[in-house]
Design a protein around this ligand. Structure first.
Ligand code: FES
Length: 94
């Protein structure tokens, strides 16, 4: 087994399960990836499709790590605000 270190300090998990996808979670994930690429932040932030984040009735759900902040009812139009929160978390002292 070989471990690879990641230089990406932030991960945004977007629920990829059916409840959230039906409500547009896949569009949120696509828009997040595009916005991160456009902002030149691909080395700092990764976007990962996740399993259920226990917000099924309020999806699409997104979790920002390592802060473990969970957002519900996320729409593609919320992507800029999500990235602002991510940047604030990244810049805040631990
Ligand atoms: S299906 Fe997305 S949070 Fe449960």
């Amino acid at each position: 087994m070989k471990a690879n270190s990641s230089e990406k300090p932030l991960t945004i998990f977007v629920c990829g399960k059916s409840n959230c996808c039906k409500k547009g979670g896949d569009k949120v994930r696509s828009k997040l990836k595009a916005a991160i690429k456009e902002a030149g932040l691909k080395r700092e932030i990764r976007v990962v499709e996740s399993g259920c984040l226990d917000e099924c009735k309020n999806g699409p759900a997104v979790m920002l790590c390592p802060a473990n902040l969970v957002f519900s009812e996320v729409r593609p139009g919320d992507v800029d605000e999500l990235l602002e929160v991510a940047a604030a978390e990244y810049l805040s002292p631990v």
